[in-house]
Write a protein that binds this ligand. Sequence first.
Ligand SMILES: [Fe+2]
Length: 195
Amino acid sequence: MAAAVTSTVRSPINIQRWVQEHADQLKPPVSNKYLYRGKDFFVMVIGGPNARNDFHKTNSEEYFYQFKGDVCVSTIEDGKTVHHVIREGETFFIPPNVPHAPQRPPGTIGIVVERNRPAGETEHQQFYCPQCDALVWDEEFDCKDIVEHFAASMEAFWADKERSTCANCGTHIGKPAPVARLETEPVVRIVREGD
Ligand SMILES: [Fe+2]
């Protein structure tokens, strides 16, 4: 990530006001905007809805603070999908190398802190089968390419029937519609537009 390092002290930011001022930039397809880009870490504000079913795996810690509304971050832990509901006002920490997939309903606002990646470090975009949790596809990127290649890689996966079909159980992973809402009872369910 080629970022201009912030070297001057900036005034404190009122998040509520900042979100209102940047509301037009917190919408799909991008939905995220940098709040800070520092030498060691960067902070993003991320709106909803998003429309993705890929998992991100990187040798970095990630810190989440949910500012408005409730979201779900799905993780792969011990080979199984786990849905973590992060409610408004809650924080969440993801250790390095845990595949994770944030699912953000409309109107939600989250804050994510990540470390800048050292040169030469790679990260992964992965797809896991929603039926059997098998790893269906694993794409490794050089971090400096990630911005351009992440979205293109997702599209290539969804467009390739063979690549996007689980070899273990035959389930096909298609291009997802935007998240419409989150159900948490009796089980966590991500409801998409058109479901
Ligand atoms: Fe499967």
